[in-house]
Design a protein around this ligand. Structure first.
Ligand code: MV4
Length: 503
């Protein structure tokens, strides 16, 4: 196994990867920005190095500095996590050139899947179903697109080649409005990606966003670990994910798993990856894109399969065979993940920054919390607002929902606003409970209830007074607790007695 791994990321995912290193007996290296000097990932790692100022491009996007640090501290491998450098072909290539293993796919696979038009054509050739639309690579001019549009039919979508995540995407309902929308899609894509190429797809309405997790080793073995339903999104930000999907059955799961494996093989994929599909009401499914990285929502798959995906990534990168064969993969029970964001659901989901003064994590049966923050840590506006992922497991979907309600109720975060109230109302929503939702659910059918009458949300001065009293009360009690220990038998003596008794 690797002797030392550098984690080129921050927050909960850096901590998640560092934990895997610890369990595998691998020494770990963290990198951090000036805003993250006190971050959890820095404390957790065996070694930590400063990258630079808070803005990402001066810190977590500094590929040169990261590779330099990895060289100087003799790391064998770099894990990029998600976001930042995870899907930069040039970064993966630079790691390899420096003699450091990139824990992820080959640069060629990142490139092939990174360009969505190329990805679409590559998987078409491998027999993977895609939404009807334009075919062939190379840039298409407006005149060609306008000629193809009526053949594809309206409504359709203009999508950016370099896109993904909805950037540069436009819905078109008629030929008349198309020239203007082509122009604005190209401009948006050009400024976001430096590439104004676009292609067309028929719009699939009322579909669910379902993705298949795959693992592929360097010896040609590829397996699928079932699906995650990620349809609960707001402005292309996923908020809730679950596995298995309430809309799937065993037959569809097997078919989509086989297709996902084919898509991965079409680019000689190695390591962990995810194939995104749209699934319509009639259970037709269409390839959308492939994410060539570990994903935020990987824990729901870990929880229902019992597989440690990050540990598998390390084994794969080290050249081992997959630990599991397809027939070993069984899904047990149901997992739901709520992304806990520092944002105000009562105020247009506006980001909320500040110091976390208190927090109390839910625990107990079937609960997992992946977080990168702790009391005393300051949430800054420099990075993603996601501060934790709350993942629950239940024997059935119903039990998982009940458990999620319990966990959300236990969760306390003081100092920043969070979207916990949003998740609570979602867990009470009849449509969510019935599994009847698609990608437009939040925008079209869901609204936050008004905060309760007299709620502290509206009375900050009363909340502040109460918080002071509670802090005082808690301080008194913690002092009492320490005192009692000093007067009474100390914990160490107690442990000694207990151990003698059990000899
Ligand atoms: C679509 C679609 C409907 N039809 N393509 C959004 C981001 C990018 N990954 C692809 N997206 C979509 N592509 C066709 N042909 C609907 C979406 C879409 C969507 C997809 C997944 C999750 C949430 C979404 C929200 C709006 C639109």
């Amino acid at each position: 196994m690797f002797k030392k791994v550098l984690v080129a990321n921050r927050g909960e995912i850096a901590v998640r990867i560092l934990r895997a290193c610890r369990e595998l007996g691998i020494e770990s290296v963290a990198v951090f920005s000036e805003a993250d000097r006190n971050a959890l990932h820095v404390r957790y790692a065996d070694e930590a190095y400063l990258l630079g100022p808070a803005p990402s491009r001066e810190s977590y996007l500094r590929a040169d500095k990261i590779i330099d640090i990895a060289r100087k501290c003799s790391a064998d491998a770099i894990h990029p996590g998600y976001g930042f450098l995870a899907e930069r072909e040039a970064f993966a290539a630079a790691c390899i050139d420096a003699g450091i293993t990139f824990i992820g796919p080959k640069p060629s696979a990142i490139a092939a899947m990174g360009d969505k038009m190329t990805a679409r054509n590559t998987v078409i050739a491998a027999g993977v179903p895609v939404v009807p639309g334009t075919e062939g690579t190379g840039s298409l001019r407006d005149e060609e697109l306008l000629a193809l549009a009526p053949k594809i039919g309206f409504p359709l979508l203009i999508k950016a080649s370099a896109g993904g995540g909805g950037k540069g995407m436009r819905e078109v309902t008629s030929l008349e409005e198309m020239p203007a929308l082509l122009g604005s899609a190209r401009r948006e894509a050009e400024s976001a990606f430096g590439d104004g190429n676009v292609y067309l797809e028929k719009l699939v309405e009322g579909a669910r966003h379902i993705e298949i997790q795959i693992l592929a080793d360097q010896h040609g073995n590829v397996i699928s670990l079932g699906e995650r339903d990620c349809s609960i999104q707001r402005r292309h930000q996923k908020l809730i994910e679950e596995a298995p999907s309430p809309a799937m059955d065993e037959d569809l799961r097997r078919k989509m798993g086989e297709v996902a494996v084919k898509a991965a093989q079409s680019v000689d994929y190695v390591n962990a990856g995810t194939i995104e599909f749209l699934v319509d009401k009639d259970k037709n499914f269409y390839f959308l894109e492939m994410n060539t990285r570990l994903q935020v929502e990987h824990p729901v798959t870990e929880v229902v399969t019992g597989i440690d995906i990050v540990a598998e990534q390390m084994r794969i990168a080290r050249g081992r065979q997959l630990t599991y064969k397809q027939e070993d993969i069984q899904l047990r029970g149901h997992a739901i993940e709520c992304r806990i964001n520092a944002e105000d659901p009562y105020n247009g989901f506006l980001p909320s920054t500040g110091r976390i003064t208190h927090s109390l994590l839910p625990t107990g049966p079937g609960i997992r919390v992946d977080t990168g923050v702790y009391p005393g840590f300051e949430i800054t506006p420099f990075y993603d607002p996601m501060i934790a992922k709350l993942i629950v497991w239940g024997e059935t979907r119903g039990q998982a929902i009940l458990r999620m309600r319990r966990a959300l109720e236990e969760y306390r975060i003081v100092g920043v606003r969070t979207n916990i109230p949003f998740h609570q109302s979602m867990m009470d929503s009849h449509r969510f409970m019935g599994g009847q939702y698609d990608t437009r659910f939040i925008e079209e059918r869901f609204s936050m209830p008004e905060p309760e009458e007299g709620s502290m949300t509206h009375r900050p001065e009363i909340a502040a007074a109460f918080a002071t009293l509670v802090a005082h009360y808690e301080a008194q009690h913690s002092a009492e607790f320490v005192m009692r220990n000093e007067r009474d038998t100390s914990n160490w003596k107690w442990v000694g007695r207990w151990e003698r008794m059990h000899r």
